[in-house]
Write a protein that binds this ligand. Structure first.
Ligand SMILES: Nc1ncnc2c1ncn2[C@@H]1O[C@H](COP(=O)(O)OP(=O)(O)O)[C@@H](O)[C@H]1O
Ligand SMILES: [Mg+2]
Length: 291
């Protein structure tokens, strides 16, 4: 990887090595204060169609909860997407109950936007959820496996793509189609993992994980957002909550107005002090604050 990309961006170092891509931090040569993440894909590793879909989504459907695309630079054998730089993803992060709630809320907004435009992300997992702990900004990334009805010419919906622990039962079932509700299931798995530190369907063999997903039985999460897990990890796709329902049920907690007129945040009833690493032991099980 050249240190200078397109004569415009200076590469500073590697952020991550994903499944198909390497992601570097970079700044503009003419303005070192402007920092970017450069996702570089070796074209031999990914079919051209996947790259086109990813670029088309980011170019034509910008949204506050999708990572922003600034530029696409192609040099022989490599294509680089110049993206806004986020501090990192939520994989293995310690999250407070408020942060868990906010992350689910923001991801659901991003997914809802995609779903309304006929797009299924198909790879919702912690590595693909970017998060700025300081500002609370949450953005989805990695549209390399996304399916868009408008673009689809080569790949069908009827073969399995994604990361096995996060696959929905209808995707695991051979010949079945991925649906927008399949992203809702994956979000349920992510939420479960944030609450307990482990995915709900786990085994060292992929085929056993798939069997468990098809059965749909998981150890319930008591307290915190456990109630929301139960609305997303539902075997029948049409009975799963949509992203609109998730967004409305996870609105930021209402602010309590004090007698003096000053407002202060309401006590967080999501009494799950757990982290991504420490399983939730909370007893409280609040109902969603529906709007
Ligand atoms: N804009 C970004 N800012 C910061 N980190 C990023 C950004 N985009 C991706 N990453 C990091 O790079 C990893 C791999 O990028 P991703 O787009 O998911 O590629 P892959 O298809 O290889 O999984 C992500 O899991 C995330 O940790
Ligand atoms: Mg990824």
């Amino acid at each position: 990887m050249a240190e200078l990309l397109g004569g415009i961006y200076r590469i500073e170092g590697r952020i991550a090595k994903g499944f198909t891509a390497r992601v570097y931090s970079a700044h503009r040569v003419d303005n070192p204060k402007r920092r970017y993440a450069i996702k570089t894909i070796c074209l031999g590793q990914l079919d051209q169609h996947s790259l086109e879909v990813e670029v088309q989504i980011l170019k034509t459907l910008p949204h506050p909860n999708l990572v922003r695309l600034y530029d696409v630079i192609t040099i022989p054998d490599y294509t680089s997407l110049v993206l806004e730089r986020m501090p990192g993803d939520v994989y293995d992060k310690t999250l407070s109950p408020q942060q868990q709630r906010q992350i689910v809320h923001e991801v659901a907004k991003g997914l809802g936007w995609l779903h309304r435009h006929g797009i299924i992300h198909r790879d919702v997992k912690p590595d693909n959820i970017l998060w700025d702990e300081r500002t609370g900004v949450v953005k989805l990334c990695d549209f390399g496996l996304a399916w868009w009805d408008k673009c689809e010419t080569v790949r069908g919906l009827s073969y399995i793509v994604g990361t096995v622990e996060y696959l929905a039962p209808e995707v695991v079932r051979l010949g079945a189609l991925a649906l927008t509700a399949s992203d809702a299931w994956s979000l349920g798995v992510v939420l479960y993992e944030m609450l307990t530190g482990a995915t709900p369907f786990y085994h060292s063999w992929d085929v056993m994980i798939m069997d468990k997903i098809l059965l749909g039985k998981y150890r319930p999460v008591v307290g915190g957002l456990g109630w929301l897990v139960d609305r997303l990890l539902v075997l029948e796709p049409k009975d799963r909550w949509t992203m609109e329902q998730v967004v409305s049920a996870t609105q930021p907690l209402r602010r309590r107005v004090l007698r003096s007129g000053a407002a202060r945040p309401a006590r967080d009833v999501d009494a799950n002090p757990g982290t991504a690493k420490k399983p939730n032991r909370s007893k409280e099980s609040p109902e969603p604050a529906q709007k």
